[in-house]
Design a protein around this ligand. Structure first.
Ligand code: ZN
Length: 115
């Protein structure tokens, strides 16, 4: 079983960890025999999923379609948002210098938006 990495931040996603997977494949229509590409599985960690969903619409029809799917799925269940906040909190404590008080807005949608 191969390891999965978040497409956006390259964080390794452990099996069973909360994440969003986007499955993508292409197939021909009206062509016989029908050709079907291999399926790609694209994963986003909770932070990137939520950040993408809260961020501005990306450019490109394919990006936009994926963005709308991620928005749907992030909006459907608060568990992903909670996981994003938990991991964000952990990163702040572990990597950033102490600022004394917790920021009221640790989540900056769009600040690292790049699809
Ligand atoms: Zn990520």
């Amino acid at each position: 079983m191969d390891n999965l990495y978040c497409l956006r931040c390259s964080r390794e996603l452990e099996a069973g960890q909360k994440s969003v997977a986007v499955y993508l494949f292409a197939q021909t229509v009206g062509v016989k025999p029908r050709q079907k590409s291999s399926a790609q599985r694209i994963c986003f960690c909770p932070q990137c999923s939520v950040s993408l969903a809260m961020g501005p619409a990306p450019e490109g029809a394919l990006n936009l379609a994926a963005w709308q799917m991620i928005r749907d799925i992030v909006g459907a269940d608060p568990a992903l948002t909670e996981a994003a906040w938990e991991s964000l909190h952990g990163i702040e404590e572990g990597l950033l210098p102490a600022t004394g008080t917790g920021s009221a807005h640790p989540m900056r949608p769009g600040a690292f938006f790049e699809f």
